[in-house]
Structure formats: structure tokens, C-alpha cells
Design a binder for this molecule. Structure first.
Ligand code: NOJ
Length: 511
């Protein structure tokens, strides 16, 4: 197995993690100071969302220099120190690479925009036309509207699948490919363990830029783009990483809502190592729907030898604690995610059961409406919650006086301790880390499966309903982990409490 198959990943949105310089925005030093806490929690690898130089129109996903740290987050020296100290603790670090678009303030785009005859004009996607009619019907992800902006000065349209301040790079131009490969090498040379690759399925474009079918024209183009040329580009990117020692990983954001398409971006083991699969994030908390998601992922990925990923929350969607409506369900969901076959990606704050913040209209910042899940992490009670200011860039999430890291660390019955026990149990069990997956018969509203590897076995039971359930299992099993913390180490009684989930281990382990 590779490290990225057995690892539990932990996503840090740096603005929201911990501020140490008093500007109300989290920073790299804040991450460094919490490394011991992350080791205590037991995660194996960190994914740090963008911290590169940026005008911050999309909170750093609009990069103006791929090879430097934005002063808001610190310095390159801060990054090197963070990486060295993470590695010294056995934590891997992957960073967020944003290849589809730059900021409009990136020197490449400024040069491209300066004139039609600019040497860098073709580094971006320009089209002729009349100012009242965009070149095709593609829509931007946000704000609502066309994925094209008319450049008055040079009389052409440029393409942007996201904000107008995020022009799309033209990956059909070999100079762009070479320059972007160099940005990877810059960080590989510094020792990063890999990359989360932003909307990686978008880098190839059909050169004809055809309209999307009318019935899909309402869907943002970034959720539809899927062309063959991306796969060749990915194989080239993979070769850049493979030239480095150690197993540097490519985790791709393939933001199309169809698992069968996501699966193709693993290639034949020569493209992405891991791909995010978003349909489960959009799925309601329902046993029938989740069974379909789990079986779909297996059906699409297993035949390719592709390894699944599981995430319930991230910086682009409402937190699952908010979506599912209770802490009991969020706890059961943690058992689900850490009990499935594949690499789990936690989103910082879910381990303390955070809900989205309520963001008053006057404080809304994100053009994509995603502020709530980006609220700052409360590390302790008190007015500043461990930050340097009581008034950070976004409001605190609900109940931060009680629901904060310090308070939950002091409470062995808390959701934080549940995550810690789950991660520890997973690390100790080859079945949970790398074992097979076989669904077991279960009553309506319950999902049950067995994981097995070389004599090691676990059963996972998840009750998606608010009613108790009864299950007959062959053999004798003990409760290893209970989402509500009750009855651990005792024999499994055959009944499952409402909104609860269990990890079971054989009562008699093989010799
Ligand atoms: C996906 C990222 O997760 C999101 O936050 C960002 O706005 C878009 N890509 C554009 O980079």
C-alpha cells in the first residue's frame, strides 16, 4: 500500500485555522503551532488550501505568484519551517495547486492583456466577437453570468470559468505547460508530499469551445468540462512528480457530478493517484442514497484499481453537521467515513462538530456564498477563542464558548475524542485501512458492511434513522467504537441505537 492509501487527510483552510499576528486572518505560523494537536488527533497528512500571493478575490484561488507566500499568511521561511516541523512529527503535507486559472493580476495575464501582439497573449483563452454576444453559452461558477469578459482595450473576449478576475490559462500552449510544471517543481524541491489540484478536469478545453447543450446551459461550465486532452496533460504532470523521490501524490478535484467520469481521471494508474468524488457530499443522510453512493464508487473505481476518497465537508459546501441537522448524525457520519474503503479527507473543524456560522448580510465576503463553512476555528472559550482578536475575518461558528477544541479535549465523551478513537482504531486495523468491502444484509435505514484483510476483520453498522434497529450477525462481536461512546469493549447486543453507528471487532481474534 502507498502512504496516501492508508493516510487520514486533514484539510486546513489557512484563513480560518489560527491567527497569530492579530490581523484576524489565520496564518502559516498558526498551523505550525497546532501541529502537536494534529498529531494528538492522529491524522497522517495535511492538505493546506492556497496561501500563495493573491489579490484574494476568491480567497487565494486567484493566484498572482505561484512561487511565493502571500504576506497575509507569512513568508516562504514560515512555510519551510512548517513543513520541516510537520515532517519531524511524521505528518505529510500537500498543498493546493491552482492550474486552471491565474489571478488577473498575475504578471502573465497583465502581459497577455496589454496587447493582442503580446508574447503571452496566447497563454490565456481569447476570442473575437462583438461586445454584446459572448463566444459561447458557457456559464461561470460565480457570479452568475457568462464565463466570458469583454476586454475593452484590446477588443476581444477572455474565458474565465470562475470570476472575471480568474482568467483561464491556455493549456494547449506548451509554454504554459512548461511554466506550470516549473511551479510544481518549485514546491517539490522544497519537499512537499504532493498536491491537491484545483478543478484539474478543466485544464484541457475543446479547442472549438462548443456550446453546451441548451438543457445544460444553466450548469456552470466547470461542472461539465471533460475533454480527452486533459488526460494527456495529467500524464505529463504525473511524470513531473514521479521524477522526485518518495511517493509525491496528486489528489485531483474532479468537480463533475458523475462518478463514472471522475473514475477516468485515475487513468491507467498514470494520472491522478486520488480524485475527489463529490456526489456523496451532495447526498442527503439516507441509507438508500448512501448505499447507492458506496456501491457506485466501488463499481466505477475497483475495476481500474483506483483508490476511492471520502469527504463529507470542505471549504466549498455547507458542513455536514449543518446539512445532517444533529451532532448524533455527524458522529455516525464520522464512523461511516472512517469505516469505508478509501482515503478519508476531514475538513478542519468537523472533529469538533462545528456547524456553519450564520453570516449577516453586511459581513458576506464570498461571491460563491460559501462563508458559513469557512468560519474561524474556536480553539478555546473566551472572547478571542485562542486567536489574537475577538473579531476575525468571519463571525465565529455557533456555540463557540462550549464547542471549542480545548473544551472538547477535556471531555472524553466529546465528538473530538470519538474522531481520535476512530482514527486510532483505523490505524491499528489492516482491515479498516486496506481491507476488502462487503455489504451485509441489514434492516431498512441501516447500512452494514464488513472489511477484511489477512485475517483481520471489522464490521461497521450505521443507523441513518431516528429509530432503534435490530441486527443478527453471524459470530460473536464486540463493540470497538460507538458513535455515542456507549458500550465500547462490551459484546454487541444485536441492537443499534437511533442515529448511531458502531465499529465491531470479532469477540475472539484469530491466533
Ligand atoms: C475549487 C475550489 O475548491 C474553490 O474554492 C474555488 O473557488 C474554485 N475551485 C476556483 O478555483
Amino acid at each position: 500500500m502507498s502512504w496516501w492509501q492508508t493516510a487520514v487527510f486533514y484539510q486546513i483552510y489557512p484563513r480560518s485555522f489560527l491567527d497569530t499576528d492579530g490581523d484576524g486572518v489565520g496564518d502559516l505560523e498558526g498551523i505550525r503551532r497546532q501541529l502537536d494537536h494534529l498529531v494528538w488527533l492522529g491524522v497522517d497528512a495535511l492538505w493546506i488550501s492556497p496561501f500563495f500571493r493573491s489579490p484574494m478575490k476568491d480567497c487565494g484561488y486567484d493566484v498572482s505568484d505561484y512561487c511565493d507566500v502571500d504576506p497575509l499568511f507569512g513568508t516562504l521561511a514560515d512555510f519551510d519551517r512548517l513543513l520541516a516541523e510537520a515532517h519531524a512529527r511524521g505528518l505529510r503535507v500537500i498543498i493546493d495547486w491552482v492550474p486552471n486559472h491565474t489571478s488577473d493580476q498575475h504578471p502573465w495575464f497583465r502581459e497577455a492583456r496589454a496587447s493582442r501582439r503580446s508574447r503571452k497573449r496566447d497563454w490565456y483563452v481569447w476570442r473575437d466577437g462583438s461586445p454584446d454576444r459572448p463566444p459561447n453559452n458557457w456559464r461561470a461558477a460565480f457570479p452568475k453570468g457568462p464565463a466570458w469578459t469583454w476586454d475593452e482595450a484590446t477588443g476581444q473576449w477572455y474565458l474565465h470559468l470562475f470570476l472575471p478576475e480568474q482568467p483561464d490559462l491556455n493549456w494547449a500552449n506548451p509554454e504554459v505547460v512548461a511554466a506550470m510544471h516549473d511551479t510544481l517543481r518549485f514546491w517539490l524541491d522544497r519537499g512537499v508530499d504532493g498536491f491537491r489540484m484545483d478543478v484539474i478536469h478543466c485544464i484541457g478545453k475543446d479547442p472549438a469551445l462548443p456550446d453546451v447543450p441548451a438543457e445544460r446551459a444553466i450548469i456552470p461550465a466547470c461542472a461539465l468540462n471533460d475533454v480527452e486532452s486533459t488526460h494527456g496533460l495529467l500524464r505529463d504532470i504525473r511524470r513531473v512528480l514521479d521524477a522526485y523521490p518518495g511517493e509525491r501524490v496528486m489528489v485531483g478535484e474532479v468537480g463533475v457530478p458523475w462518478t463514472e467520469i471522475v473514475a477516468r481521471y485515475y487513468g491507467n494508474g498514470d494520472e491522478l493517484h486520488l480524485a475527489f468524488n463529490f456526489p456523496p457530499i451532495f447526498a442527503p443522510w439516507d441509507a438508500v442514497v448512501w448505499r447507492a453512493q458506496v456501491e457506485r464508487a466501488a463499481a466505477e473505481l475497483d475495476p481500474r484499481g483506483a483508490w476511492p476518497t471520502w469527504a463529507l465537508s470542505n471549504h466549498d459546501n455547507r458542513r455536514h453537521r449543518t446539512r445532517y441537522g444533529s451532532e448524533a448524525r455527524a458522529r455516525a457520519a464520522a464512523v461511516l467515513m472512517l469505516g469505508l474503503r478509501g482515503s478519508p479527507f476531514l475538513y478542519a473543524g468537523e472533529e469538533i462538530g462545528l456547524e456553519d456560522a450564520v453570516v449577516p448580510a453586511a459581513r458576506v465576503l464570498d461571491p460563491g456564498g460559501r462563508d458559513g463553512c469557512r468560519a474561524p476555528i474556536p480553539w478555546e472559550a473566551g472572547p478571542t477563542h485562542g486567536w489574537r482578536t475577538a473579531d476575525p475575518w468571519l463571525p465565529w461558528p455557533p456555540d463557540a464558548q462550549r464547542r471549542n477544541v480545548a473544551a472538547l479535549r477535556d471531555d472524553p465523551a466529546s465528538i473530538l475524542h470519538l474522531y481520535r478513537r476512530l482514527i486510532k482504531a483505523r490505524r491499528a486495523s489492516p482491515a479498516l485501512q486496506e481491507g476488502s468491502f462487503a455489504r451485509l444484509d441489514s434492516p431498512a435505514g441501516v447500512l452494514a458492511w464488513e472489511r477484511a484483510f489477512a485475517g483481520d476483520r471489522r464490521i461497521v453498522l450505521v443507523n441513518f434513522t431516528g429509530e432503534p434497529a435490530v441486527l443478527a450477525l453471524p459470530g460473536a462481536w464486540n463493540v470497538e467504537i460507538a458513535s455515542d461512546g456507549r458500550g465500547e469493549a462490551a459484546p454487541f447486543s444485536g441492537s443499534l441505537r437511533p442515529d448511531a453507528a458502531l465499529v465491531l471487532r470479532p469477540a475472539r481474534e484469530p491466533e
